[in-house]
Every structure is written in structure tokens, then in C-alpha cells.
Design a protein around this ligand. Structure first.
Ligand code: ZN
Length: 103
């Protein structure tokens, strides 16, 4: 039987310390980016045009809401993204097969 060679890499104390510092930096940067995203999301949520919204709502219904797509198969499910609708339709097709129009 052939003996298997086991290669062991030994990390020097210095290299280990550098890896640890690099990893620590990554963790700190990640945390900073996450809190920046939270801050920006909050700022975006605060962007509102109350007067414009009020004025337009007198003329149009649901003008301040994202566009809603309704499933044409079940006529129940709604999504405000085409991507969400496509994902729903994959499952919905099995429950509500489209009528076969070929004779
Ligand atoms: Zn559906």
C-alpha cells in the first residue's frame, strides 16, 4: 500500500497575525457598510412629496403606491414586481392550467 504524504503548512506567527488583522478589518468594514445601508434606507423612506401626493390623489387612485400586477391565471395573487409574478406563475400554472385553445 502506498503511503500518503500529508503536507502540513505551518503559518508563521507574523503571517497569522496579518491574517487576523486582515480578517478583523473585513469584519469592521462589513459592519460599517451594513449600518450605512440601514442609514440610507431610512433616508430613502423619509423622501416624501406629501403635497404632490395629496394633489395627485384627488385626480388618480393609488398614485403613490407601487404598480401592482395581478396573476392572470388565478386572478387572486398580486405582486409589485414582474420577477415576483413570474415566480408565482411557475407554481400557479400547475394549479390553474391555461385553457388549451387548440382544437
Ligand atoms: Zn396565480
Amino acid at each position: 500500500m502506498r503511503a500518503h504524504l500529508v503536507q502540513v503548512r505551518i503559518c508563521s506567527e507574523d503571517a497569522l497575525k496579518q491574517i487576523k488583522n486582515e480578517y478583523q478589518q473585513f469584519v469592521n468594514d462589513k459592519s460599517e457598510i451594513q449600518s450605512s445601508i440601514k442609514h440610507i434606507t431610512k433616508k430613502v423612506d423619509n423622501v416624501k412629496f406629501n403635497n404632490l401626493s395629496e394633489y395627485l390623489s384627488d385626480h388618480y387612485t393609488q398614485v403613490d403606491k407601487p404598480k401592482l400586477y395581478k396573476c392572470t391565471l388565478c386572478d387572486v395573487y398580486t405582486s409589485n414586481t414582474l420577477k415576483g409574478m413570474a415566480a408565482h406563475k411557475r407554481g400557479c400554472k400547475k394549479k390553474h392550467p391555461e385553457p388549451n385553445l387548440s382544437f
